[in-house]
Ligand binder design. Structure first.
Ligand SMILES: [Zn+2]
Length: 241
């Protein structure tokens, strides 16, 4: 279940499935990523606020719609062409940035990760790749891994071309209820496809929490690249062990 909280008066969203992990999704008022000059001051002040709150340095990778997953290393701030970052230390806080793409936060009780699953990341199965790396390199147990699927453009609003549809739907064995034709247009459930990939890989369904908010329909809370004409403002998924 997703719910809202305030950190020093700034609205953030959390998922109950990630209990025990310091985490939140920022909203419009707690924005920490932008390229727009008018938002720069507020972004810097929000980052400072959250670094104090978390007691750690915030770092983020250079997301380029790949399905590359790396591990955060103390002292290393730059992660080029990286769309998934695993956090195993307590000195850093990691955030990734979104405006329609699907945020995935993973937690196994010891380590955590965030992945950026737009259509390209989802087609590249970045969620499954992140989990595989957690299992292979850090002995995570699939049965214990919790996943929060954050705010993203949802089934109501996400129409795609046939090529994208095909690249997405072929990533799951059972595509039932994950797409629909409406007035000749193909709509896909990007959050649902990510969830199905993870279940088919071995995560427990009850360990996956899917956010009910759509970035287009709930544009008062979150940013939407499509609705806001390629905005550079982003909401973020934030984790700290
Ligand atoms: Zn919608």
């Amino acid at each position: 279940m997703f719910y809202f909280e305030n950190i020093s008066g700034k609205k953030v969203m959390k998922s109950s499935v990630l209990a025990g992990l310091n985490h939140f999704f920022t909203t419009r008022e707690s924005v920490i990523k932008t390229k727009e000059a008018e938002f720069e001051t507020i972004v810097q002040s929000n980052r400072k606020l959250f670094e104090q709150y978390l007691g750690a340095k915030l770092i983020y990778p250079s997301q380029t719609h790949t399905s590359n997953v790396e591990v955060a290393i103390v002292g290393k701030d730059n992660y080029p062409e990286t769309d998934g970052l695993i956090l195993t230390n307590k000195e850093q806080a990691v955030f990734l940035n979104f405006a329609d793409c699907t945020p995935l936060i993973f937690y196994d009780g010891n380590i955590a990760a965030i992945s950026h699953a737009g259509w390209r990341g989802t087609a590249g199965m970045i969620g499954v790749k992140t989990v595989k790396k957690m299992v292979r390199e850090f002995d995570s147990n699939l049965e214990n891994i919790k996943c929060a699927i954050g705010p993203a453009i949802s089934f109501c609003c996400y129409n795609v071309g046939e090529d994208v549809y095909r690249q997405l739907i072929t990533t799951v064995k059972n595509p039932e209820n994950l797409y629909e034709i409406r007035n000749g247009e193909i709509f896909v459930d990007l959050k649902g496809i990510n969830k199905r990939q993870l279940i088919e890989f071995g995560l427990r369904e009850e360990n996956i929490d899917v956010c009910p908010y759509c970035t287009v329909c709930n544009n008062d809370l979150f940013f939407s690249y499509r609705k806001e004409n390629a905005t550079t403002n982003r909401h973020s998924a934030v984790i700290k062990l």
